[in-house]
Design a protein around this ligand. Structure first.
Ligand code: SF4
Length: 411
């Protein structure tokens, strides 16, 4: 397995080939804001990772099919905790079972401390065929990192990035969290500046802190503690977008920024564009656009492991999306992207009546400065402005899909 040398030329649409997602459900410690399907690895770490590896290989065999994904994304959780050779072994198994094309683009989510503690890790990943790494930096300020319960320092982020760069990883992305209590616009802009100054970082993802019920942050917020910046309209969102655009990282999605069009996430854009993907591992989700079907694996590690090894059926549930549900999902995803929504294409799949029913609405959005209508027409492409990106979910939910409910042939 080797890395592909060159990114494909920029294009509006991502590759139509499916994607393969591998969920790694373990972390060294659970962050107080996290509500993902993860558990702390604990003292029995090596044996749990070995059980996970075996069950994952078994799931790959169960899923064998000519899927031919051109991206394999290891997310989590903390994939950087995986043992030596893990990424190569899983990708080779996926290729052997038809789930991935030979030489797929392989992406790995990593925590900085894992790259600091093991100086040879990044080079080993490159040798295993890893193409890109999404680094969970979250902040470049030590007090904010402590607040977020992270195990690394701002200096560790620098060291981790330099190791990835030295190893020759082609795609280096930083994840950032903003909007923690007390963060000012100036300090946010300064932190973003530190991130974009790191050599060879060519992609960023920036998410506003959300407090989820059931997490330690959720309980602290319920008892009256302020954990996020006070509502300030789209203030910090605007700071993130303007600072990154000024630094050469324009947004291509509400939370994602790339130094060049060819560096936009190859894998995540499949989710946003309705391309087929298969998820393996505990809690992983899959989507089949042909059948309009979403399915998901058992969430808990033990349930998933037993389902794979004992029952031979990792899928815990599936649902068929009705046309109106699928159209709403598509609106929610596409109105968050800078490329927006092609109304001609949307109308051809969901019915012209849906577009007709919303033309006035789209024109109103343009008048309010929330979108641009390509060529001034409410039949072409609709692209959100920065103001529109900030309220993209609300815009999507405003669209009247009643006509679709009567159109049984749509999509
Ligand atoms: S490292 Fe990431 S996945 Fe793990 S607990 Fe923290 S936020 Fe959640």
């Amino acid at each position: 397995m080797s890395r592909r040398p060159d990114p494909t030329p920029p294009s509006r649409a991502p590759s139509p080939a499916p994607g393969l997602y591998v969920h790694v459900p373990f972390c060294a410690r659970i962050c107080p804001y996290c509500d993902f399907a993860v558990t702390a690895l604990g003292r029995s770490g090596p044996s749990r990772l070995e059980r996970y590896r075996r069950a994952l290989l078994a799931e790959i065999e169960l899923r064998a099919a000519p899927l031919a994904a051109d991206t394999v994304y290891f997310g989590g959780g903390t994939p950087s905790l995986a043992p030596r050779g893990f990424f190569r072994e899983i990708v080779e198994a996926a290729v052997a079972q038809g789930l991935a094309t030979p030489e797929p683009f392989v992406f790995v989510e990593a925590n900085p401390e894992d790259l600091v503690q093991d100086p040879g890790r990044a080079a080993r990943w490159a040798a295993e065929g890893v193409y890109g790494v999404s680094l969970g930096a979250q902040a470049l300020d030590d007090s904010r990192l402590r607040f977020l319960g992270r195990l690394h320092s701002a200096k560790d982020v620098e060291v981790a990035v330099s190791r990835l760069a030295e190893a020759g990883l082609a795609w280096i992305s930083l994840d950032l969290i903003y909007g923690t209590a007390g963060q000012s616009a100036d300090s946010l802009a300064a932190e973003i500046g530190l991130a974009t100054d790191l050599p060879r970082v060519n992609h960023l993802s920036a998410y506003e802190l959300t407090v989820e019920p059931g997490t330690p942050f959720g309980r602290r917020a319920a008892s009256g503690e302020t954990l996020t910046t006070e509502p300030d309209g789209d203030g910090l969102f605007r700071v993130v977008h303007e600072t990154l655009a000024d630094s050469g990282f324009p947004a291509y999605e509400a939370s994602n920024f790339a130094a060049a069009p060819a560096l936009r996430s190859r894998h995540n854009r499949k989710y946003w564009s309705g391309v087929r993907y298969l998820g393996i591992g505990p809690s992983a989700h899959s989507f089949d656009p042909e059948r309009s079907e979403r399915s998901w694996n058992h969430r808990e590690f033990g349930d998933w492991e037993a389902a794979v090894l004992r029952d031979g059926e990792p899928t815990a549930g599936r649902e068929r999306l009705r046309p109106a549900e699928r159209a709403l999902e598509e609106l929610l995803l596409r109105l968050r992207t800078a490329d927006g929504l092609d109304l001609g294409d949307f109308g051809s799949r969901y019915g012209e009546s849906v577009v007709r029913a919303n033309r006035t609405r789209f024109r109103n959005w343009e008048t309010l400065g929330l979108v641009r209508l390509e060529g001034g027409s409410a039949d072409g492409r609709i692209e959100p402005t920065l103001e529109g990106l900030a309220v993209a979910d609300a815009l999507a939910r405003e669209v009247n899909l009643d006509a679709l409910a009567q159109d049984r042939n749509a999509a």
